[in-house]
Design a protein around this ligand. Structure first.
Ligand SMILES: [Zn+2]
Length: 296
């Protein structure tokens, strides 16, 4: 394009100008304060219009775990409380944990043998907090699986168990580096949204089953707290008495994570005026799409 052509086109093209400085300097402060008031006033209205659901009042809870010990670490006290209340609780463990060898130094154990050992540990741990419905997708630990297999596996479990609430690790935590945690969290986001869509669920080989709420554990931005008073000890026992390949007795990881779980429970307890609590980033159906203020 020549310079002349470009200037002809520019001359013929109607231009819309937004003059951000019109009304002079004297109105700048007024505009800023109006903008501030708008932000201050709209947030409570939006929250009132679409409140985050009270998940503790629901009945069916599906916990997605990337590895065999993650659900107990991230939300074990909540799972124990819900099971004790007689709610329907199911664990779906997506990856087999075959490379969880950081603390398991027995060179004779093959990755597949470790996966089997961890399966047994997961079932015993879940049973200790009252959860007997434990399912496994057995995808290869460390991100070695297709997105389609992960989505189809979770979709099938949602269609079969029909949860009101889907728990998963928060995939939007800046420091989370493990691909399995991010992948399971991302799959949970997509499938919670599409769970009620017959066409999309059918593409994934499953029936629709509308999930009412998503609850992210291991989150940096909790917006709801679950009272877990009386269930912290059950959680610690589930993690450390059963997941022995990951937390050998008196190992330094066990001591550090015990301290972390206790401090987290007391911190969230203080925030919610309870003795202990677990924190979650909860989204109802309204907050799952086109509503960025929803999860605050
Ligand atoms: Zn994990």
């Amino acid at each position: 394009m020549t310079g002349k052509n470009r200037s002809d086109i520019m001359a013929k093209t109607p231009r819309i100008m937004y003059d951000l400085t019109s009304n002079g300097k004297e109105n700048a402060g007024k505009n800023n304060s109006r903008h501030f008031m708008s932000i201050m006033s709209i947030r409570p209205i939006l929250k009132a219009a679409a409140p985050v659901p009270k998940i503790e009042e629901m009945e069916r809870f599906l916990f997605l775990g990337p590895h065999p010990d993650d659900i107990e670490i991230g939300a074990g006290a909540t799972a124990a409380r819900l099971a004790a209340e007689g709610k329907s609780v199911c664990f779906l463990i997506c990856m087999d944990g075959r490379y969880g060898t950081d603390n398991w130094k027995d060179q004779k154990t093959t990755p597949l043998q470790l996966a089997e050992m961890r399966k047994e540990e997961a079932m015993a741990s879940a049973a200790s907090i009252g959860v007997t419905d434990v399912r496994f997708l057995e995808l290869e630990d460390g991100g070695f699986y297709s997105r389609e297999k992960l989505f189809r596996g979770i979709a099938a479990c949602i269609a079969d168990f029909r949860p009101d609430v889907l728990f998963a690790p928060d995939p939007d935590v800046d420091c989370e580096c493990h691909p399995d945690h991010r992948n399971v969290g991302e799959a949970a986001k997509t499938l919670a949204l599409f769970s009620g869509n017959e066409g999309i669920m059918r593409k994934l080989g499953a029936e629709e089953a509308a999930v009412q709420a998503l609850a992210f554990y291991m989150t940096a931005k909790p917006n709801r707290y679950m009272d877990t008073t009386g269930f912290l000890d059950s959680q610690l026992k589930a993690v450390f008495a059963h997941h022995r390949t990951q937390f050998p007795e008196n190992g330094k990881d066990a001591r550090a994570i015990t301290l972390y779980l206790k401090l987290r429970a007391y911190d969230y307890g203080i925030r919610s005026f309870r003795k202990t609590a677990e924190g979650f980033r909860v989204l109802g159906r309204t907050q799952m799409h086109c509503f960025p203020e929803g999860s605050r």
